[in-house]
Design a protein around this ligand. Sequence first.
Ligand SMILES: [Zn+2]
Ligand SMILES: [Zn+2]
Length: 282
Amino acid sequence: MTTPFTGRSLVIATMHGKEKVILPAVEKRLGVRCQVPAGLNTDLFGTFTGEIPRAGNPLETARQKVMAALEKTGASLGIASEGSFGPHPAIPFVAADTELLLLTDRENGLEIAAQEISTDTNYGHKVCYSPEETETFARQVLFPSHALIVYGGSPSRKDLVTRGITDFHQLRHAAAAVLERHGEVIVETDMRAHLNPTRMAVIAKATEALLQKLTSLCPACHWPGFTPKEKIPGLPCGWCGTPTSLPLAVVTRCDKCGYVQENKFPSGATKSDPAFCDQCNP
Ligand SMILES: [Zn+2]
Ligand SMILES: [Zn+2]
């Protein structure tokens, strides 16, 4: 398949080894040559641990990262990724990892983003009062295959910070120093991708979602990003035929040439369950 990216050089704006999952898939599916710019400090655009606050939303941050990489290398095509952690947008009290991937093509004035929201994350933190408590929490958050951060004080005024802890000896040592000075120690998951295999797997899924969009080409002009953006409600009720709020069709519109494709019955079903009908189930 030939895309507007075929044969070009693509820069991956990342630190922390994310290219390990992004690069092979992108090279294979887009037919590009990838490079990771040396000396690009994406931490300038914010860190998870709050030393440097993020300037905007994840999309804006990803945009800043990719632009910095394009400036540095002179390339016109780049990908950046941005992760965020917190409560799941639809399921309260469940932690979620949201990974956003953004492709920017300056030559064609193209920007395409995709994201993966996963509840598969070890994201968490705990205030502990003894070495035993730190080790119990550590095991709950997949330590030592996933790294930890230990510090004293408060999240805004941290003291004795140790990052990237990956063995129990190191954890005991770091926690003991904080406990001695503060009487309590905060243990937190280190979410940097190279120290967190669970997060790396979610980044791989986000990469797949982005590639899916990039390789969905307009049937008329072969422009990428030809994926459904609009739903038309009205799937008829299976009992009485009244249109329901479920989608009857999805509409895909090409950003480049305006070609429109309408696909009826996107879920495969031609009738709705009467449970969704205002007449049968008011
Ligand atoms: Zn088109
Ligand atoms: Zn009905």
